[in-house]
Structure formats: structure tokens, C-alpha cells
Design a protein around this ligand. Structure first.
Ligand SMILES: Nc1ncnc2c1ncn2[C@@H]1O[C@H](COP(=O)(O)OP(=O)(O)OP(=O)(O)O)[C@@H](O)[C@H]1O
Ligand SMILES: [Mg+2]
Length: 192
């Protein structure tokens, strides 16, 4: 599944929540895990917040967010035309911040790197910054009948997410027939 969305918004802090929700909605058709969704939301939030508060500081400007999907590879590029970063390597070091120490911990880039599979920063002083991140959204384990129809049926043990729940009919059936098949194969080997 290939897809692309470009979004432009003003550098207002209230637009950060909107941007991260758009990213989450964008990957939703891939049926990401709860953890993958949280990772993407957090990483996008960090990059957008940086564009708003560091890129533009007290000025107003536009932040652009380009989201692409190539198969299961999700890429987000967040760009501002703000002040730029003088020393990218230094800026990316954990705990490095030029912000107010009471508010900023200097961990934004570290979080992006940890939660995504790839992170690339381009910047020019006076011209702006572009942060590109990518993440491969996993394919779920084979789903049971109940899992495939998750919207209409209660999730069951066979689904990745719901270990604590009772198996649905689909799984119970599957387990039974798999058990029988395994038994039959075993019998064959034993006998042969
Ligand atoms: N878009 C940007 N434009 C200009 N400078 C940036 C941009 N993004 C990051 N920086 C610089 O890189 C530094 C480190 O960013 P990082 O996100 O890791 O930490 P932080 O934003 O300072 O703190 P935290 O993200 O933990 O609140 C920032 O303090 C800032 O100096
Ligand atoms: Mg930050």
C-alpha cells in the first residue's frame, strides 16, 4: 500500500496534537500495534514541537509535514523555515538543549531515534531544518478467524493484543483442528 500526504500548518503549539493525530491516522490502515502507534505519535510530536519552539522561537511561520507509505515503510518529514541548527551533531546529543532547562530536557532527538528505525536531520542556519524519520510497521502474526473480523467480534487469544481474553470460537476451532492435525502427523511418523 503506497500513500502520501502533505500538511502545512502555522507554528502554533496547539497544532502539534493535530499533526501527531494525522500521523497516527495515516498509518492506521496498516493495523499497527498500540506500541508502534505510540512511537510514531511521540516521534512526530517531538519533531513538530522542535520546529515550533526552536525553529521559529517567537516568530510565526509554517511547518510542513510530509507523510509517505511505501509498503509497510512509514516516513515522516517535518520541515520548518526557521533559524536552523548550527551544529547538528551537538544538537542531537542526549541532554543537549538551547531551551529553558526547566522546560526542556534535551531528549527530543534521542526519543525520535529510539522510537523510529531511522532519523536524519538536515539544517542550514537562517534557512531552516528538515527532520526525516522512518519506521517499518510490523506485519501481525497470523490472525485467527475472530481476529480478522475484529470489528464485529470480540478479540480472542489468537490475536496478538489480547492474551488475557477468552479464545473466540474461531481460535477454539483452530486449536482443535491444529491439535488433531499435529496428532495425525505424529501418529504417521510413529507408525511409519
Ligand atoms: N527545528 C529546529 N530548529 C532549530 N533548532 C532546533 C530544531 N530542533 C532542534 N533544535 C535544537 O536542538 C536542540 C536539541 O533538541 P531536542 O529536541 O533533542 O531537545 P529540546 O527540544 O531542547 O528538549 P526536549 O525535546 O527534551 O523538550 C534544541 O535545544 C535546539 O537547540
Ligand atoms: Mg525537543
Amino acid at each position: 500500500m503506497d500513500n502520501m500526504i502533505r500538511l502545512e500548518f502555522m507554528s502554533l503549539t496547539q497544532n502539534e496534537a493535530f499533526a501527531r493525530s494525522v500521523a497516527a491516522a495515516f498509518i492506521a490502515p496498516l493495523d499497527p500495534t498500540v506500541e508502534e502507534l505510540a512511537d510514531v505519535r511521540t516521534a512526530v510530536s517531538e519533531a513538530v514541537t522542535n520546529a515550533i519552539i526552536h525553529g521559529y522561537r517567537r516568530r510565526r511561520g509554517m511547518v510542513s509535514m510530509l507523510l509517505t507509505l511505501k509498503g509497510r515503510l512509514f516516513t515522516a518529514r517535518i520541515e520548518d523555515k526557521g533559524c536552523g541548527i548550527e551544529d547538528i551533531e551537538l544538537a542531537m546529543r542526549p541532554f543537549y538543549t538551547t531551551g529553558n532547562r526547566d522546560e526542556r530536557s534535551g531528549m527530543g532527538f534521542a526519543v525520535m531515534a529510539a522510537f523510529m528505525d531511522g532519523l536524519h536531520v538536515e539544517s542550514k542556519v537562517g534557512e531552516g531544518t528538515a527532520v526525516t524519520m522512518e519506521k517499518l510497521i510490523s506485519r501481525r502474526e497470523e490472525e485467527c478467524e475472530g481476529g480478522a473480523e475484529r470489528e464485529s467480534l470480540e478479540p480472542c487469544e489468537g490475536c496478538a493484543e489480547c492474551e488475557s481474553r477468552e479464545p473466540c470460537e474461531g481460535c477454539a476451532e483452530r486449536e482443535k483442528s491444529e491439535g488433531l492435525e499435529a496428532g495425525a502427523a505424529f501418529g504417521k511418523i510413529e507408525n511409519g
